[in-house]
Design a protein around this ligand. Structure first.
Ligand code: FE2
Ligand code: FE2
Length: 203
């Protein structure tokens, strides 16, 4: 699998994660008690899979190589993509701050969690869309197959640092979120999840 194919495969998993969170967020807005385990696993996925694995590959390999190749012409765009990564981390921290109060049934924490979850999902969805439709195609044009193959080893190093089976661990976390949502909300979850998938497939 080429380096860019790996990033795209990671995007698909992230998209599945975001579709689940968008269902969870809708239910939170309706004052439904989403299991706290869904939120804690979502935070873990954001940190372990998105920041340490996916964003790391983009920032320290793909963006860097693109910047070198384009001699600074892409710097403003890269800075803005990095800024989105940074703000995404900030929103995850905010979600984490409200978790304790949420578990205790605090109303302010409840609505703050729902809001921050919404900002987070919306930011991540537009970020993914932008990378899929603008940035990755640009990388495909700029780099030869040989250059792209050179990234494979660097990507492998990043994954090894996180221990073996990084992608599989990411899949397990998303599956855990889905299992908890299914157990709590049953058919309501299933229908809304299908709707969430349809919505982004049409966008
Ligand atoms: Fe990114
Ligand atoms: Fe990405």
């Amino acid at each position: 699998m080429s380096a860019l194919d790996l990033l795209k495969k990671e995007h698909l998993l992230i998209q599945r994660y975001l579709d689940n969170l968008s269902v969870a967020q809708d239910l939170l807005i309706e004052r439904e008690n989403v299991p706290p385990s869904v939120i804690t696993t979502a935070i873990r996925f954001a940190k372990d899979f998105m920041s340490k694995t996916h964003h790391f590959k983009e920032e320290y390999v793909l963006f860097l190589k693109l910047a070198e190749k384009k001699g600074g012409a892409l710097d403003p765009q890269i800075t803005s993509l990095r800024d989105q990564h940074e703000r995404s981390r900030g929103l995850v921290a905010k979600i984490k701050e409200t978790l304790n109060g949420y578990e205790k049934g605090d109303e302010v924490a409840f609505s703050a969690l729902a809001e921050n979850m919404g900002y987070y999902v919306s930011l991540e969805k537009s970020h993914l869309h932008r990378e899929n439709h603008v940035f990755y195609p640009m990388a495909e044009e700029v780099f030869s197959a040989e250059e792209m193959a050179g990234f494979d080893a660097e990507f492998a190093k990043i994954d090894e640092k996180q221990g073996k089976g990084t992608f599989e661990k990411g899949v397990e976390m998303v599956e855990a979120i889905e299992a908890d949502m299914k157990e709590k909300f049953g058919a309501v979850y299933r229908d809304r999840y299908e709707d969430a998938v349809k919505t982004h497939e049409h966008s």
